[in-house]
Ligand binder design. Structure first.
Ligand SMILES: N=C(N)NCCCC[C@H](N)C(=O)O
Ligand SMILES: O=C(O)CCC(=O)C(=O)O
Ligand SMILES: [Fe+2]
Length: 312
């Protein structure tokens, strides 16, 4: 359950990285301390910054620089990798094409989804069949390498999504009578397990809602990644962890980029509150079950107007 948090904690996870292969990891006091902080953050705000994550600052910056370069290209170039229902919703979408709660977001983006063999996830998976445009977009993004880490038996054959988002800058001279909260991305929760956000320095934009409805800034902290709990993890934890509402405000004249990686469950996974999480609240089930793939496809359809959907 989210609380009235006023700030988002910064957690140094380096002990986890150093000691993850140590057979005595569970007894390690530094590791226990990190785990304690993570647990608290997952319950109180569903959001935290991580530092000591092992991804060099220079690489985080390089990724964002490449995203800026892509979005700087003329529109005619960008639409060479245009997304549609026919591309499995993979590729570029222009400003105002993504909808949140039915309203256009003032952003442009490139969406990538885990690739899989046609037919692998049956009729449901058909919506997302297609290949990513890696060769143009993110040769050096290193996200593919990172994705590789998450795949395989060890992590249960998870799905993943990555979204490279650009928010055009704004100023009174461009939009006279500009509202104070110009929406780069409307209020939403994320769908899967855990989101990692690599955001531009110096441009506060991401906001997270606490229990009383106040919007708390997740200002950029150089070298950190913003992490947040998503809907499927909330269900698994029987509501113990919060999938917190967040949004993006644009009030800077500077163009802002964020690169998000969504770590998701297996596409076919049936997600239900785990028994030991129910036990913590006298066996009461607090969240409804969902099939991840169904949930995702419903969200993807909701994110686009009808012209996208007519196209497959
Ligand atoms: N794959 C994820 N989580 N993408 C997040 C996008 C959030 C905004 C979207 N229009 C929505 O309304 O959900
Ligand atoms: O741009 C950001 O900081 C976050 C974007 C976001 O919330 C999303 O794409 O799900
Ligand atoms: Fe989000």
């Amino acid at each position: 359950m989210a609380t009235d948090f006023k700030s988002i904690p910064i957690i140094d996870i380096s002990p986890l990285l150093c000691k993850c292969n140590d057979p005595k990891v569970v007894e390690d006091s530094e590791v226990s301390e990190v785990v304690k902080q993570l647990l608290l953050a997952c319950k109180e705000s569903g959001f935290f910054y991580v530092k000591g994550h092992g991804v060099p600052d220079s690489l985080l910056k390089e990724v964002r620089d490449m995203a800026h370069k892509f979005f700087d290209l003329p529109y005619d170039e960008k639409i060479k990798i245009k997304m549609s229902a026919a591309t499995g919703f993979r590729g570029y979408q222009g400003i105002g094409e993504n909808l949140t709660q039915g309203r256009p977001d003032m952003q442009e983006a490139i969406d990538c989804y885990r690739e899989f063999k046609p037919g692998r996830y049956g009729a449901l998976g058909k919506a997302l069949e297609g290949s990513n445009k890696w060769y143009i977009i993110i040769k050096a993004l290193s996200l593919k390498t990172l994705c590789g880490e998450f795949e395989g038996l060890r992590a249960g054959d998870p799905f993943w999504i990555t979204r490279i988002v650009g928010y055009p800058g704004i100023s009174d001279s461009i939009v006279p009578g500009l509202p104070e909260n110009y929406i780069g991305c409307g209020a939403h929760t994320d769908y899967g397990l855990l989101t990692l956000v690599n955001q531009d320095d110096e441009i506060p934009a991401l906001q997270v809602r606490n229990r009383s409805g106040e919007w708390i800034w997740a200002v950029p902290i150089p070298g950190t990644l913003v992490c947040n709990i998503c809907d499927m993890l909330k269900i698994w934890s029987n509501g113990l962890y919060e999938s917190t509402l967040h949004r993006v405000i644009t009030n800077s004249p500077k163009y802002r980029v964020s690169v998000t990686f969504f770590y998701e469950p297996n596409f076919n996974a049936v997600i239900e509150p785990l028994e030991f999480c129910k036990q913590k609240v006298d066996g009461i089930k607090k969240c409804e079950r969902a099939v991840y793939g169904e949930y995702l496809v419903r969200k993807v359809y909701g994110n686009f107007g009808i012209e996208y959907l007519m196209n497959k």
